[in-house]
Ligand binder design. Structure first.
Ligand code: DGL
Length: 272
């Protein structure tokens, strides 16, 4: 079997998907990655399904032109609305964050009462709920949109009093329903783990970024498209808008500054 050294494309509505990219780089140091953050059009989480599908098509089209071997939809909102369409239309494996998160959720719950949190658009899509029910109809699912979590994380307010209050406000409803495990169905929420455990120490939290990286590894092996194993080059980062705030967010979400970042524009012309 000859190694496949083509890059893996990863996309998100903005910078949050870097939590997924960081896990991918950690787990698969021999692979090369291209990350595209649609920072000019973030957030996706408050938009209509039709708009999210169009944006996702355009972003995927851009990455396809870079000769990728696999597409990872690091954004929960785009996974909820566009994964099916992209899987059907693109001639390569497409991995979203929802299935890996749900598999881990179902493996961890003991009382079969689970919670799903995400953006308004993700929760409204019922994508997590549908996947949970498909795999295990006897599990009770309680979902909650937590729209204030994204701005709190982007402000860097990870351990402020106000963040604990917002966590209480959003999650006490799920805790009252006696859920024992919650899937963090948004790229930003893993950064709030400490704040959530601080309020609800007995909850189990599923981090989709970790689970998605493991799924990508399995899929590369299954499809026999792993790279040669020698260290890959640093991820190439493309953003559709560059602002000062991006420099702070790259450290917050990726843990280190990018070696380089390129600003690009995408649109209808990129659709394959
Ligand atoms: N990346 C989005 C998600 O995971 C959160 C930010 C947005 O709303 O675009 O759902």
């Amino acid at each position: 079997m000859s190694p496949d050294n083509r890059p893996i494309g990863v996309f998100d509505s903005g910078m949050g998907g870097l939590t997924v990219l960081a896990e991918l780089v950690r787990l698969l140091p021999g692979e090369s990655f291209i990350y595209l953050g649609d920072t000019a059009r973030v957030p996706y989480g408050s938009r209509s399904p039709r708009t999210i599908q169009r944006y996702s098509r355009e972003v995927a089209g851009y990455l396809m032109q870079s000769g990728i071997k696999m597409l990872v939809i690091a954004c929960n909102t785009a996974s909820a609305h566009a994964k099916q369409e992209l899987t059907e239309s693109l001639p390569l494996p497409v991995i979203g964050v929802i299935e890996p998160g749900v598999n881990a959720l179902l493996a961890r719950t003991r009382n079969r009462r689970v919670g799903v949190i995400g953006t308004r658009s993700t929760i409204k899509s019922s994508a997590y709920e549908n996947q949970i029910r498909r795999l295990n109809p006897s599990v009770s699912v309680f979902s909650k949109a937590c729209p204030l979590f994204v701005p709190l994380v982007e402000e860097g307010w990870l351990d402020k009093k106000i963040t604990s209050l917002v966590v209480q406000e959003y999650l006490s409803e799920l805790v009252r329903e006696e859920v024992d495990t919650i899937v963090l169905g948004c790229t930003h929420y893993p950064l709030l783990k400490k704040a959530i455990y601080g309020e609800f120490p007995l909850l189990q939290l599923v981090d989709s970024s970790v689970e998605t990286a493991a799924e990508v590894k399995r899929e590369l092996e299954k499809e026999k498209i792993s790279s040669s194993g020698s260290p890959g080059s640093p991820p190439r980062i493309f953003l559709t808008d560059l602002t000062e705030q991006m420099r702070q967010l790259e450290k917050l979400f990726f843990g280190m500054p990018f070696q380089s970042v390129e600003e690009i524009s995408i649109g209808e012309g990129n659709i394959q």
